[in-house]
Design a binder for this molecule. Sequence first.
Ligand code: ADP
Ligand code: ZN
Length: 345
Amino acid sequence: METILVKGRYRNSRILVGEKLELLEEHLPEEEVYIVTDGHVKQLYGDELPDFPVYVMEPGEAAKTPGTVSHICQWLINEEAGRDAFLLGIGGGVVCDVTGFAASVYMRGIDFGFVATTLLAQVDAALGGKNGVNLDGFKNIMGTFNQPRFVVCSTAMLHTLPEKELQNGLAEAVKHTLIADKRMFNEIRERADDIIALDDEMIKKLVSHSIRVKSDIVGRDEIEEGERRKLNLGHTWGHAVEKTDGIPHGQAVSIGMVFAATLSEEKGLLKPQERQELINLLHSLDLPLQSFTPAEKVFQALARDKKRKGTHVHFVLMNGIGDVVVEAISLEEIGAFARTIEKNM
Ligand code: ADP
Ligand code: ZN
């Protein structure tokens, strides 16, 4: 088991990589612990959960709503949970988001922690102190910045994860290597088979690597003014593909990273061979490289994004492998570029 300390603006968080569910109670207060999980996780691990009251939410993104947060608060009232209560989320990114938000607002804030059970939550969603829910089609439009007391990344629990969910996490883990660590990028290339087979040592290495890259960046910029934008590599295009193709987040990010690599090559920042290495790696992890929807239509979805202001986007370009630069690029330029790749396909 490895412990990584993440420094937040208001408080620090401990990330425990590889900690076992049985040892969870060592990190919990003795009483007044309330557990939030979802139906799948309850079904798979219900018997192993510590003996505290459990709220079971619906699995999946559709339950990431203010309604679920209200239900959890009502449940806590019924349970007579006070200011000293501790809320423990056990599940993927959705459970962690909802738990973090509910804990941040119940009685103006109670303590909380997570057991992250999906690879995506372990390498990305459960870190960084963002807790949000969706409203009226706007993702994470209501939320808080608040660090959990701890995040347990239970790599043993990944063995029950469906393959598609695993891929979601792998895409974000690859993203972290592209942002900050060429050596780890090469290691994933060499050991892609071990990763897919969930070799414990390799998965722990991958998870702790991702945590270090992300927490390093978040530590420098907790509320997204500059440095944190680097974590959006592959996401500008990826979010649009997520909408047009209706595919899971990580798969869309994979396609978004290929788009960013292609644009970076066009701008002379990335060598053609480096772009090819990325494509080969994503392919070996069985991640998609191209959207079903024509690039022109993906671009239209990108341009329609209502959260954006102005005519430019902060686009994350690859500066070789292991380094990125954020550039303000006009929508016009992205549109023109999307049309050229369309022709070359
Ligand atoms: P995310 O992919 O953001 O982490 P979710 O919280 O929606 O999102 O989790 C994805 C799906 O995986 C959900 O259906 C959830 O119930 C399920 N799940 C979470 N953890 C496990 C696990 N260890 N084994 C099997 N299924 C899991
Ligand atoms: Zn993402």
